[in-house]
Ligand binder design. Structure first.
Ligand SMILES: *[C@@H]1O[C@H](CO)[C@@H](O)[C@H](O)[C@H]1NC(C)=O
Ligand SMILES: *[C@@H]1O[C@H](CO)[C@@H](O)[C@H](O)[C@H]1NC(C)=O
Length: 159
């Protein structure tokens, strides 16, 4: 037996369902320091997008950093600051892309809440600092666990 729903109600239901599925669950990634500029990042599997914000952390003092994303699934957004940020100096970041492509399908650059797909097959992923002297990247891992972890390594060089 079919329900007879009036179309406004049906539209509202569809709308609610779309909102529900697009908002997703976000959380703060857990960062465990291993060395001065080296850490393990992880977050629970029920989190769709985790954010790791390096602002005002030890890692914002690093010209080179290594983050091991442990059990990569879903999305990890990394807000990068470097020593050049405090000096208000534009800089370039160089990511070891051979490591990235081994476990990450897409990389998005985020600026003003807008995502741009910057995925590349090149050996190095190159990104320039934004107007806030930051580099904000979203790394898209698989939907289901495929590998133990992936290294996100970068070097920052003043422009
Ligand atoms: C991860 O981000 C991408 C790009 O914005 C999006 O298409 C995808 O649905 C997100 N994945 C999850 C699990 O939220
Ligand atoms: C990152 O952290 C800084 C300092 O805690 C905060 O001011 C800023 O709003 C955070 N950025 C985001 C996008 O959450």
């Amino acid at each position: 037996m079919l329900f007879s729903l009036s179309s406004p109600v049906l539209l509202l239901l569809i709308f609610v369902l779309i909102i529900e599925s697009s908002t997703g669950n976000s959380c703060k990634g857990q960062v465990d320091q291993i060395d001065t500029c080296k850490a393990v990042v992880q977050f629970p599997g029920d989190c769709d997008t985790a954010t790791v914000n390096l602002t005002d952390t030890d890692y914002a003092k690093c010209n080179s950093a290594n983050f091991f994303w442990s059990y990569p699934v879903h999305n990890l957004t990394l807000i990068i600051q470097t020593p050049f940020t405090a000096q208000k100096q534009p800089y370039t970041t160089y990511f070891d892309n051979e490591q990235i492509v081994s476990g990450i399908s897409h990389v998005y650059r985020i600026f003003n809440n807008q995502e741009t797909d910057v995925t590349t097959k090149d050996k190095t992923l190159i990104q320039y600092s934004d107007a806030n002297y930051q580099v904000v990247l979203k790394f898209q891992g698989p939907d289901h666990l495929q590998r133990y972890g992936v290294n996100i390594n970068y070097d920052a060089v003043s422009m």
